[in-house]
Write a protein that binds this ligand. Structure first.
Ligand SMILES: Cc1cc2nc3c(=O)[nH]c(=O)nc-3n(C[C@H](O)[C@H](O)[C@H](O)COP(=O)(O)OP(=O)(O)OC[C@H]3O[C@@H](n4cnc5c(N)ncnc54)[C@H](O)[C@@H]3O)c2cc1C
Length: 387
């Protein structure tokens, strides 16, 4: 077998293992965990055993070193069953990516093996109560004090905030800098004295995984926790993983869109009205036809962006298109699937209500879809300028 054939055989084996795990371990318990909003400790341990906490971390640091195209397919599969648990891994891998891409060799050797094994789990702490889309408007400050920094401020909506133990923390090291992004820095922030969890945030969906407010009160960390050990690079570092982040969220959208379609496909063949299965009524066929096309188009857009990423090509516009389209597909397919289920779609005894509650998050995370379209349009005009 040539290298490509070996790689695709390994990919098939891995995807098969994920499918078997989902069927055996996740599907039977997802409804209970979601309704109880309970942390899925056993599932998290199993994800560590599968190597998912090191999925995109290089093999030299103990990870699986998977290409974006394989990782996206894993996320699609998991999201078709339970989107929320992909956040436990995705946010963690964005922290790892910032360290691997921009950290010093010492930082990579210290943190990446622990992140890859899942011994240390964490996420990305950018958003503040007054600044989400406008990240340069954050207020958290880090003041140099000898060979330490002292950090004060509050982050909010941080995924893994309670269960995680280490975060990539975006701060202002020079609050008066102009332009604002030049005064921003990114730190590796483990939970030490001065770093507390303010509160767990209650949500519409995306249950069981913790979203929290994090409070930093005279939090002191050694200066060697500054990623790359150079101030002023934080905005660039925090957004440097954007392409992969968008491909990941887009893959979640594909999973929900395909999962909602699968549920509707089965239900519409079982449920009968006026003497025949509802899938034989034209009104339902119109919905299924649109849903199947949307899910397929979303999948193709995500794989197109992931393949370009793996070839090392610039793919910000493709990743943005995939994120925008796939997340809207998740929203539309989950709504249509719920309607096909009739009253049962509104019941907590059927899976579709969870997909319906989880889908909107994909339109918000990694850049809202309002911003996404603006970014796509700007890139589009730039690449097709007539000047
Ligand atoms: C469940 C969940 C998990 C999250 N996890 C994390 C995490 O782990 N880490 C983290 O840092 N953050 C996280 N977030 C925060 C998320 O990234 C932000 O919510 C998102 O960036 C949007 O910011 P915002 O909520 O402040 O909305 P705002 O920025 O206040 O935007 C409000 C509305 O205005 C629109 N808007 C804003 N500016 C413009 C503009 N210039 N032009 C047109 N429209 C505009 C937006 O699209 C949106 O519709 C999470 C959020 C949720 C809900």
């Amino acid at each position: 077998m040539n290298k490509q054939a070996i790689e695709s055989a390994e990919e098939a084996q891995l995807l098969d293992a994920i499918d078997r795990w989902l069927k055996r371990e996740v599907e039977p318990v997802v409804m209970q965990y979601d309704h109880e909003d309970k942390w899925p400790a056993k599932i998290v341990d199993q994800m560590a055993e599968l190597g998912l906490f090191g999925a995109t971390i290089s093999q030299r640091y103990g990870g699986l070193g998977l290409p974006a195209s394989t990782y996206a397919q894993i996320i699609m599969r998991i999201s078709a069953t339970w989107m929320a648990i992909t956040g436990i891994v995705n946010s963690h891998l964005m922290l790892a990516l910032a360290i691997e891409k921009f950290g010093t060799e010492a930082q990579k050797e210290t943190w990446l093996p622990k992140l890859a094994s899942g011994e240390v789990r964490g996420g990305l702490a950018l958003t503040e109560p007054d600044a989400g889309t406008d990240l340069q408007g954050i207020r958290m400050t880090a003041r140099k004090d000898g060979d330490h920094y002292v950090i004060n401020g509050t982050k909010t909506w941080i995924t893994n905030g309670i269960e995680g133990s280490c975060f990539a923390l975006l701060v202002k090291t020079d609050p008066d800098a102009d332009p604002r992004h030049k005064g921003m820095s990114l730190f590796i922030a483990p939970k030490l004295a001065g770093f507390t969890v303010g509160r767990k945030l209650e949500k519409l969906g995306y249950k069981s995984i913790d979203s929290a407010e994090l409070v930093f009160d005279n939090y002191r960390i050694p200066a060697d926790h500054l990623i790359g050990e150079v101030e002023g690079q934080g905005f660039y570092q925090a957004t440097g993983g954007l392409e992969l982040g968008r491909i990941n969220v887009a893959a979640r959208g594909v999973g929900i869109a395909e999962g909602a379609l699968a549920l509707a496909t089965e239900y519409s063949q079982n449920r009968k009205t006026f003497g025949k299965p509802i899938c034989e009524h034209q009104a339902i066929q119109l919905k299924l036809g649109e849903m199947a096309t949307r899910a397929r188009a979303a999948r193709l857009l995500v794989m197109d962006a992931a393949d370009a990423f793996d070839r090392g090509e610039r793919c910000d516009m493709q990743a943005g298109m995939a994120k925008y389209f796939a997340s809207e597909a998740a929203l539309e397919n989950s709504t249509e699937s719920l309607r096909i289920h009739g009253a049962y779609g509104y019941s907590k005894e059927y899976h579709i209500e969870r997909l319906y509650r989880d889908a909107p998050l994909t339109c918000i995370g990694e850049g809202t879809n309002e911003m996404q379209r603006i970014i796509i349009a700007k890139q589009w005009i730039k690449r097709n300028s007539i000047a």
